[in-house]
Design a protein around this ligand. Sequence first.
Ligand code: SF4
Length: 338
Amino acid sequence: MSINLRSDVNFITDAFKQEMNEMRSSERGAYARTQNIAWPSEAGCSLGKISVGECTRKMYYRISGVAPTEPMSITGKNVCDAGNLYEDYLINKFKKYGMYKDSQIKLDFLIPDSKHKVQVNGRMDLLIEHNKQRSVIEIKSVSEFKAAKIMNSEIPLPSSSNLMQAMLYKYYTTSTEAGKALNVDNVYLMYVNRSMGSTFYYKVCIDDSGYAILTSYDLAGRELGTVNLKDVKSFEDLERTPGVSESDEARLAELKINIKDIFDKFDKIYDYARSNTLPKCDYNMIYTQAQAEYEHNIGRLSKMKLNKVKKGEVVGDTKCQYCDFRTKCMQDNGISFK
Ligand code: SF4
């Protein structure tokens, strides 16, 4: 008996090829931004020696119209599509509950005191109304791996990128004329675990000095706690503390973000883009031993990874691992792999 393995798998190969062709033909291609705009999902912030959110260099490439050297893969697209499916599914639930008001709500504002007149442009996922309170909800679906820290940990905390996005929504709805007209009382981040289907919420407020105040709720709406992120230790505090900091302290320090610093970073990116100056990397593609020791001491890098770096193994920031300009960035840093 002979088994023709090729004919068995042909439909998989054909489906794969078709999807690849479809993806490549639907890509818009790289284009330089002529207007100084920034999307909320591109928010980033410098916290002393540590950066959170979008990488300045990555934004520089995107604004300058550089073609990604690592375009989106089919698996990456599947993850994005799954996020959209979850979003539609959850929005439909709010429609059934009679709370739905609107979705994909436009947000458009000029950042204050912006040298480059940067306009923040985006869409907020959902607007609901309940007990005469109107709430914007930004829906994020996450893998089981990410959910462990965001939803199931002893100290649940949102990702810094998601928090900055929600802070921009809060700023828009409370501090701009167009945003105030929406009469929004609250801004929430809603997380859904793609593996388990569980949900989790954070209410995001901004205090008078520009830091976020986070209140977390489980899927039944039980309030779990509130933290004013102005009061948590910064990375500089952790650096000064003798010994190795706890990873939870580092997770909190990552969220000690001031809305003004998000605005400053958007403006600074356009300094680089409009003067054609390549910015430094915000993240470490390959840690030097000194960088790895610093990250370990402030609670951001495990002992195991530090030991790998000490043995000469290549360890870098996960941001770089998943960056769509990885090869271009390596070339610009003079790194090449044969
Ligand atoms: S590879 Fe890393 S440092 Fe380079 S652009 Fe991407 S995220 Fe930034």
